[in-house]
Design a protein around this ligand. Sequence first.
Ligand code: DOR
Ligand code: ZN
Length: 349
Amino acid sequence: MTSLTIRRPDDWHLHLRDGAMLEGVIADTSRHFARAIIMPNLVPPVVTVADAEAYRERILAALPKGDRFQPLMTLYLTEHTDPDDVEKGKTSGLITAVKLYPAGATTNSHGGVRDLDKAMPVLERMAKIGLPLCVHGEVTTPEVDIFDREAIFIDTVLDPLRRRLPELKVTMEHVTTSDGIDYIRGAKSNLAGSITTHHLIINRNAILVGGIKPHYYCLPVAKRESHRLALRAAATSGDSRFFLGTDSAPHVDPLKECGCGCAGIYTSINTMSCLAHVFEEDGALDTLEAFASLNGPAWYGMAPNEDTITLVKRETPVAYPAKIETGAGPVTVFDPMFPLHWAVDNDGF
Ligand code: DOR
Ligand code: ZN
């Protein structure tokens, strides 16, 4: 196959940042994607409906003229989040989900949740009104090995929460382990998972073999090869509980290439090319549309996009830049370590 037309995809987990960085990255998403769930971990975070409204306006103002991209806003859950404010956001249509960051789990998560009991009134209200909870599924207990944090989170936090509130709709975001995949597969209802582009491509060797490679460092950190293969099998299976959330997370190079580098991989620009490569390699191009364009909207109760994009396979590799320049500084683009031959038709690369 050398050409594939699919419904326009959406990105169900995206960091757009703010200010000059937002202006520098948004076109890479709006060029290919119709909608994206926008992460609220700004500094300071997006905690109220008023914050989300103002952030949405800034995103729309930064969009290239003519792009019809729709940002789907989230709230950053804290121990003080007001259930009435959350309900107001859902009723007005502004808020698509609430995000749980265990405090200290990742970038700008220090204002997140330490004691989930304190957030129960909000979670109960969300269960009642049908507002999904997006979860960064890692424990932060210092004794727990970083490669085990997802599996332990499932056992000690997620499963107890879902037993306590079975009506709560939960998205396990950026699943990185076979434990996560198995847990989602085993759930009867109200659980789905997003998978990133990079976790389908790299395992932990990419970060650590032959020198430390900060541009492959993200959280949850990439795991061993058997986990990557489990993610590939889930993503390409067509199972409606798995869908794309790129977790594209730009940081300027000086903040990645230093003694304590930030977590995050920038994939918005070449995600669709990477996915076409991965799905073709697994003989699953026929399920790419389900993963990137159908399963996500179905889970979030939205219609799939009406328009389409066409991916074309070229003889010569697609010339994505190694870095993009933003007003905030340079951002290195994800390098899948193989040439990309699939391009989104007419996207200029
Ligand atoms: O790698 C990551 N980067 N993981 C996250 O959970 C947050 C993100 C960011 O905001 O940079
Ligand atoms: Zn993220």
